[in-house]
Design a protein around this ligand. Structure first.
Ligand code: CA
Length: 226
């Protein structure tokens, strides 16, 4: 059964683009262009996830979230304008599960959606292990093994590997990885990603004679099985 996503976004062009991408990924999508109808739809229930813009006509995204949370624990990802740190903090405080900053790469949004849906399913006792070939990651135990052998990773290495595994088979740009792993407020060089990829390669590919982490020249990185 396809998972149902409610998209509340008043920028029609963006809403259409996101709707198209989500449908392409196999999700069922309902759309609302203002806060009031978004809240009504969300309260109607039946959604697995809500994507909620903050700046909305009629009822702000924050207000929609506050009212929705009185009745529903459906996962909510807020869509925020760049640099509005206050919004992000307030959103998370009011019960948003995650946020993503506009403009965003669609692959990043899809990864956040998968993570939020996985968390939701995890609450009902299901846990999907992340894996690529003989490499297995247990997120809850914060453990990585290759052929059953435990691998010691730092937090950044673990987070980077997790993000690659969550997007197995997809090429991720350095910027996407930087934003996902180092956070929205990171100021620095995108070659931090290259440095940490090198660490991961030496601990995984080199140590176990594998070829899991691939460089796509001029684009970024992808993890995939041989
Ligand atoms: Ca808006």
């Amino acid at each position: 059964m396809a998972e149902r996503i409610l998209l509340v976004e008043d920028e029609e062009k963006l809403a259409r683009m996101v709707e198209m991408e989500l449908k392409y990924e196999g999700y069922r999508v309902d759309k609302a262009l203002d806060g009031r109808s978004g809240l009504d739809l969300a309260l109607g229930g039946g959604f697995d996830l809500v994507l909620l813009d903050i700046m909305l006509p009629q009822l702000s995204g924050m207000e929609v979230l506050r009212r929705l949370r009185r009745e529903s624990q459906v996962p909510v990802i807020m869509l925020t304008a760049r640099d509005s740190v206050v919004d992000k903090v307030a959103g998370l405080d009011s019960g948003a599960d995650d946020y993503i900053t506009k403009p965003f790469a669609i692959e990043e949004l899809l990864a956040r959606i998968r993570a939020a849906l996985r968390n939701k399913n995890g609450q009902t006792g299901q846990s999907i292990p992340l894996a690529a070939g003989p490499l297995v990651m247990d997120v809850e135990k914060h453990q990585v093994t290759v052929r059953g052998q435990s691998v010691e990773l730092t937090k950044k290495e673990f987070d980077l590997l997790r993000h690659l595994l969550e997007n197995k088979g997809r090429v991720l740009t350095r910027e996407t990885l930087l934003d996902a792993v180092w956070g929205f407020d990171f100021v620095g060089e995108t070659n931090s990603v290259d440095v940490y990829i090198r660490f991961l390669r030496s601990k995984l590919d080199d140590a176990f004679d594998l070829k899991l982490i691939h460089t796509v020249r001029g684009v970024g990185y992808v993890i995939k099985e041989d």
